[in-house]
Design a protein around this ligand. Structure first.
Ligand code: TYC
Length: 102
């Protein structure tokens, strides 16, 4: 509960309403050319996955066409998509990373 103050020095607790942020899934899309090891590296570097979880997510994308890297607020999701796409472009891989509202 929130803070307040009354003349007597008595603390007055008032409710401060919080608001749920809009959340966005960041997804990786499968393609035929991006090396599996590069996708694992992306998941470790930008999504803080350990090698085991990164490999599981990469294989899920490889087999199902799409998979979730994480859920973030708009600005964080947008930044991650940009970082992934910039690294993929630098290495000339066709990897696609997108965000969608949850
Ligand atoms: N399908 C790719 C291959 O066989 C691997 C891959 C996995 C590519 C996940 C993209 O998001 C991806 N080399």
């Amino acid at each position: 509960e929130g803070n307040g103050r009354e003349g007597s020095g008595t603390a007055v607790l008032t409710r401060t309403r919080t608001r749920k942020p809009n959340l966005y899934r960041v997804l990786l899309l499968n393609d035929d050319y991006t090396p599996m090891e590069f996708v694992v590296h992306v998941l470790e570097r930008f999504f803080n996955k350990d090698r085991s979880e990164a490999t599981q997510i990469m294989m899920h994308v490889h087999q199902n066409g799409v998979g979730e890297c994480g859920v973030f607020t708009y600005e964080v999701a947008e930044t991650k998509v940009t970082l992934v796409m910039d690294l993929a472009r630098k290495h000339m891989h066709p990897l696609q990373c997108v965000m969608e509202k949850k």
